[in-house]
Write a protein that binds this ligand. Sequence first.
Ligand SMILES: [Zn+2]
Length: 232
Amino acid sequence: MSDEYLSNLVLAGIPERHRAFIREKLQPVTLKFRQVLYEPGRTIGYVYFPIDCLISLLTTVDKRRSLEVGMVGREGMAGMPFILGVGKSGVRAIVQGGGKALRMSAACFLREFNRNPPLQQALYRYTFALLTQISQTAACNRFHEADARLARWLLMTRDRVGAPEFFLTQEFLSHMLGLRREAVSLAAGVLKRRGIIYYRRGRLRILNEKELESSSCMCYRAVQEIYRRTQG
Ligand SMILES: [Zn+2]
């Protein structure tokens, strides 16, 4: 495997001599847009370390409705329940941005996790940051306006994908943000008219990153700061 695996910040944060076994057992995979990795209550078969893909964690309330409560990109790992000693997922994990990831079977990961203290430390720190992201997102969904939430979401997506352009539909965004499609359309229209984003046929490009940051609620900076501090 090339050094591409170091694009994942959890793996990059582990000292070289503790990475050899992990590196050997990781398997490169390409994840497709909308691919479902985990379902609530179901056993987790693999953990995933994203390279340039993006995974959304959704809480489902019924067959039709779900809401994004967290996202995992190259800063982290999907499969957090294992770190906490649970083998089943509490959320639906769906690929929101297709791309490369490295995966490891759950059994293999657990063996390595239990005997590799630097991996444990890196993942404990990451878990803390992800829990902060999840609780901040809950408050954001309750208190902040749609266009500020959309700006926050776009910035978080950009950071995790590592690019200012991505594919998404308004229907998908309405699930991510817990908004009706008309509300997504209105919020996107505000950012588009101000020249902050370009959006056409499912392709979204951020044109003005600085303005997008000033349009976002404080949740973006609050969560970003926690990740920065925990990446030690
Ligand atoms: Zn917010």
